[in-house]
Design a protein around this ligand. Structure first.
Ligand code: GRF
Length: 247
């Protein structure tokens, strides 16, 4: 294994949720690249027993990602598959195929029911998405299908849009194009800065991600088949489910 890869078993196993004895917690693996504020929301919810989940592991492609510190502090297994190598290959970028090979091995060991991309900044291949042991969802800072890709807040401010928000969608081979499961919306303020908008949208992300996972864990949202994601009760509104969270 390359020296840019570190698999760190947790000192103690992740704390299981306090879901009732007759319901098994949803096992979740999280892929991250940065701060991990969304991961922290899931850690807090798991530890408080307010979400029926067990975080089985966190993979980062960035060695210094604070998300890894958050996971370690919570006793969750971590794997660092750094995209910048060290040692004799110093500075050489790890190709996405190499990353995916190691990530797949790790995910197969953890056997999650669901894989969550929470601020994960690499584009995954169709082969990887097909091969993972669980469906993948992603948190994206725009009201998809608008503003796929990067710099969403700046692009909204340069537009005439009066609404913005974030989406949780199923990950498919096409970037930010899989079935949108849920969205949270806010009104864009006049003369607002991109930084301010980002903070307000992140506040929505911290609500929409656990809400979506709760819907999946309780079986309201069925995403076992990526192409036929649907709400399981016929009286529910069509996807995406939308929350208006102006703040
Ligand atoms: C979020 O804004 C998310 O929308 C984007 O990356 C950011 C991750 O934030 N994809 P954090 O690492 O969870 O704090």
């Amino acid at each position: 294994m390359s020296d840019s890869i570190a698999i760190v078993p947790a000192q103690s196993k992740a704390i299981s949720s306090s879901a009732s004895a007759d319901s098994t917690p949803l096992k979740i693996a999280v892929l991250v690249s940065g701060n991990g504020s969304n991961l922290q929301i899931l850690i807090d919810a798991m530890q408080a027993g307010s979400l029926p989940i067990e975080l089985v592991g966190v993979i980062s492609n960035v060695k210094e990602a604070y998300a890894i510190t958050r996971a370690e502090q919570a006793g969750i297994d971590t794997a660092i598959l750094s995209h910048i190598t060290e040692g004799e290959n110093m500075g050489k970028r790890m190709g996405i195929k190499t990353f995916e090979r190691h990530a797949l091995t790790q995910l197969k060991e953890w056997q999650p029911d669901l894989i969550v991309l929470a601020g994960f900044m690499r584009v995954l291949s169709a082969d990887f998405i097909d091969a993972t042991p669980a469906p993948i969802i992603n948190l994206h800072p725009s009201l998809l299908p608008k503003y796929k890709g990067l710099d969403t807040h700046q692009r909204v401010l340069q537009s005439a849009d009066t609404y913005h928000g974030c989406s949780v969608h199923v990950v498919t081979a096409e970037l930010d194009a899989g079935q949108v499961l849920t969205q949270a919306m806010l009104a864009v303020y006049k003369d607002e800065s991109a930084d301010n908008l980002k903070v307000r949208v992140q506040n929505l992300e911290h609500q929409i991600l656990p809400w979506t996972i709760l819907l999946i864990a309780c079986g309201v949202l069925d995403i076992k088949s990526l192409n036929t994601a649907h709400v399981s009760a016929n009286y529910m509104p069509k996807l995406p489910l939308k929350l208006w969270l102006d703040s």
